[in-house]
Ligand binder design. Structure first.
Ligand code: 13P
Ligand code: SF4
Length: 368
């Protein structure tokens, strides 16, 4: 069974230069009165423009609250795509990173899709340039091309399937059952996890998420020893040494649901700490501990928070609605070519709802 990594590492894909640029663009935190004022202004603008706010769990807590208070959503990348497609609003304000805005536009070309900052990207997207990816695909025409949602529209245009972390296991398993071989991109940790769980024949691209890549297995082991009753919930973009210690491996929504369904009291969570805002709202009595990102000699570029997600601020939501700035465009024929792999995933999850309800690798976590 082949498990060849396509060796692509680019200096600025994971290097400090790119994250430093993102951190420099993160707006200063607002005081309590300013936050309220910006929120009210954004709510009025959303209404005036027949717009709906579609936010990811990793963005600023005020934006998450605003989305829920104004009839929008806070969700994982699969649910963001479905919500944006199905909502009747003429304008979608997508608060997250670039690939999320592009997916919304690909699914709803008739809608205006705005983002608070169009420079909010993702190390996985940056680390998978379309021209190099096309060469990888050309070299393996016998394989089904499966790409993670965290890629550009141009990369999706070359793919047979798009997957998100909530349905990747089920879709690759489905392909394996059909006797298909898989070309996988770009996250090497998620790819390895799926390969181990399904036994599928997968060729891998060598990308990583700069946030999850920094979680440390050794330090997690020590932390667990300090909290023997804690359950460990891990996003599958994390390294093997972290995933191996998980009670649950799943997408952001699956991690949230695992906390809600479990009768355990304490959870160690290995994903971007933006998710803790929503979990705390829904499960205020639970104790949440962030998984460690840095050991005695380590440094971190993200420290469990994505710099590109952090670029999303209330001021950006107001600005894009007031000025019509940050509009996402995906030109033809790339848009219609990319639509195929997204539609295939959405059809699959519509026909197999259980595919997204159950995270992978659930050990005994009580009631979950
Ligand atoms: P989810 O689909 O689990 O929300 O993940 C998106 C993402 O960017 C994780 O880093
Ligand atoms: Fe990309 Fe990682 Fe940020 Fe998610 S958390 S958007 S995978 S860099």
């Amino acid at each position: 069974m082949g498990q060849v990594l396509f060796d692509y590492t680019r200096q600025d894909a994971t290097g400090t230069s790119c994250t430093a640029h993102a951190w420099a663009k993160v707006p200063e935190p607002l005081g309590p009165e300013e936050r309220l004022a910006w929120k009210e202004r954004a709510a009025k603008l959303l209404q005036r423009h027949d717009a709906v706010l579609v936010a990811h769990y990793y963005v600023d807590g005020d934006i998450q609250d605003l989305a829920l208070e104004t009839g929008g959503c806070v969700a994982d990348s699969l649910e963001m795509a479905r919500f944006g497609r199905d909502h009747a609003g003429r304008t979608l304000v997508v608060s997250g990173v670039r690939f999320m805005g592009e997916t919304a536009k690909i699914l709803s070309p008739e809608k205006r899709v705005l983002m608070p900052d169009l420079e909010a990207t993702c190390s996985l997207d940056l680390g998978c340039p379309p021209e190099d990816f096309a060469r990888f695909c050309d070299a393996h025409p016998d394989r089904q091309v499966v790409v993670y949602a965290n890629t550009s529209a141009a990369v999706k245009a070359r793919a047979d399937w798009m997957v998100t972390s909530s349905c990747a296991l089920a879709i690759v398993n489905h392909l394996r059952e059909q006797g298909q071989k898989v070309l996988w991109a770009p996250d090497r940790h998620l790819g390895r996890y799926i390969q181990e769980q399904t036994g599928a024949d997968m060729l891998m691209w060598n990308g990583a998420c700069i946030v999850h890549d920094e979680f440390k297995g050794l330090e997690l082991d020590l932390l667990k020893a300090q909290h023997p009753g804690a359950k460990v919930l891990v996003h599958p973009e994390s390294p093997k040494s972290v995933v191996e210690q998980a009670d649950v491996v799943g997408s952001t929504s699956q991690i949230l649901n695992a906390v809600l369904k479990s009768d355990a009291q304490t959870f160690i969570i290995a994903t971007d700490n933006g998710l803790l805002h929503r979990i705390r709202q829904l499960a205020p009595t639970k104790t949440l501990i962030e998984a460690p990102t840095a050991g005695s000699s380590a440094t971190c570029k993200s420290c469990a928070h994505c710099p590109w997600m952090a670029m999303n601020a209330l001021q950006g939501v107001v600005q894009c609605l007031e000025r019509g700035s940050g509009e996402v465009h995906v030109d033809e024929p790339v848009r219609s070519q990319a639509l195929g792999c997204i539609d295939r995933m959405l059809d699959f999850v519509a026909r197999n709802p259980a595919a997204t309800q159950k995270p992978g690798l659930v050990k005994n976590i009580g009631a979950a």
